[in-house]
Design a binder for this molecule. Structure first.
Ligand SMILES: Nc1ncnc2c1ncn2[C@@H]1O[C@H](COP(=O)(O)OP(=O)(O)OP(=O)(O)O)[C@@H](O)[C@H]1O
Length: 244
């Protein structure tokens, strides 16, 4: 590994009660990098993100942030250290407006809005439609607009690492492109990104490096522009099902 890992996992195991979903995940995210985590339904991608973020119990040494063991740290403290997550399904606060959803993040952020990279104004420049809709209830927004709020809410935590769970889920291709187009700006603001993504082409295009998961294990890793489609197919479905 060259460069400094801002986030890494070491033999990460985890799951739900007696059900083990992750079997020794070794992964690292370098400063300024986007890594994509791909894999079929049920491979363990969301479980991995939740385990890193403190939503599921894991051993302390299994997750390191800037080299410091942080596994099992509660979510609010993870946010305080510099992690934020855009969860699968967005999980916005129903009955609240766009700006009220943003305020919740501001109240729990690593830094005050005035000292952080991300302000509401900057996010309204990134997603102009949200400025127009800022006083509307979240339920009145389209799926794509809600995803923009979810990303904004996470960025207002002023993260140094952003964990994104399936940004493209249920969205039209045009909207997906619009959302993925902001990733370079997020990176240039000093935030590194872990992207969980079902769409392999999108994952390869958007990332520097890629990890493929199968049944709770990493089956392939490498530079996104160097890994072949055949290698991905073998890692995604298991070697015996690889497409020739
Ligand atoms: N809350 C839960 N309780 C028990 N088992 C769960 C729970 N959530 C997920 N699992 C199981 O853990 C395994 C990994 O699921 P996970 O959601 O992490 O996969 P994934 O790769 O994110 O897939 P998807 O794209 O469908 O979300 C699966 O076998 C799944 O059935």
């Amino acid at each position: 590994m060259t460069g400094t890992a801002i986030l890494s996992t070491h033999g990460l195991v985890g799951g739900y009660g007696d059900f083990q979903a992750l079997f020794g995940i070794d992964l690292h995210l370098l400063q300024g990098e986007v890594i994509a985590l791909i894999g079929a339904n049920g491979a363990g991608k969301s479980t991995f993100l939740k385990s890193v973020f403190g939503l599921l119990p894991v051993g302390r040494d299994m997750v390191r942030y800037e080299g410091v063991p942080v596994g099992g740290t509660p979510v609010h403290k993870m946010v305080g250290r510099g992690l934020a997550m855009v969860p699968e399904g967005r999980r916005l606060f129903a009955g609240m407006t766009v700006e009220e959803n943003m305020r919740v993040a501001i109240d729990h952020a690593r830094l005050p809005e005035s000292e952080g990279q991300w302000t509401r104004d900057r996010l309204f420049e990134l997603f102009p439609i949200l400025r127009e809709k800022r006083n509307q209830p979240i339920e009145d927004l389209s799926g794509g607009q809600q995803q923009m709020v979810a990303i904004s809410r996470a960025l207002l935590c002023q993260p140094r690492v952003l964990l994104c769970d399936e940004l493209s889920l249920g969205l039209a291709p045009r909207v997906i492109r619009e959302i993925y187009a902001v990733l370079p700006e997020i990176i240039s603001g000093g935030t590194s990104i872990v992207l969980v993504e079902q769409d392999v082409s999108l994952a390869r295009e958007a990332s520097n490096r890629l990890y493929c998961m199968l049944e709770g294990r990493i089956t392939l890793t490498g530079n996104s522009n160097e890994i072949s489609r055949d290698q991905i197919a073998a890692a995604y479905f298991g070697a015996s099902n690889a497409v020739a």
